[in-house]
Design a protein around this ligand. Structure first.
Ligand code: SF4
Length: 118
């Protein structure tokens, strides 16, 4: 079986084909221009992950929200649950860029950090 992917590891967006055997084991990865594409395709087939960006409500700040991101990619299957968890959070100003807003979101081991001051 063959699966076609578009690599999202850089703006080039190479078209990648992954060939799988009957057990779902990867036989080959082709179409990638670099090693990052190969790694992306293998991760996408086994444990797809995504970086997460959002905003968190701030009390007492100049702005009502501060932008946040995941410090590392989280499992794709948990993105919506992570977003729900982030939406529950309200922090007090001041918030500084790099501050940890959630230490270990939903047990993923990934922190949610502020990407701006507020
Ligand atoms: S395979 Fe490499 S060059 Fe192509 S989109 Fe992915 S990261 Fe970019």
């Amino acid at each position: 079986m063959k699966k076609n992917l578009t690599c999202v590891a850089c703006p080039l967006g190479c078209s990648i084909t992954v060939e799988l055997d009957d057990q779902g084991q990867i036989l080959s990865v082709t179409g990638n221009t670099c090693k990052r594409g190969d790694a992306y395709a293998r991760t996408e087939m086994t444990n797809p992950t995504r970086s997460l960006t959002s905003t968190v409500k701030v009390e007492g700040g100049r702005h009502p929200v501060v932008p946040v991101k995941s410090a590392a990619p989280v499992p794709k299957s948990m993105l919506f649950d992570c977003m729900k968890e982030i939406n529950k959070v309200v922090v007090k100003a001041p918030v500084h860029i790099g501050d940890t807003i959630i230490e270990n979101i939903l047990g993923t081991g990934v922190a949610i950090v502020a990407t701006n001051d507020c």
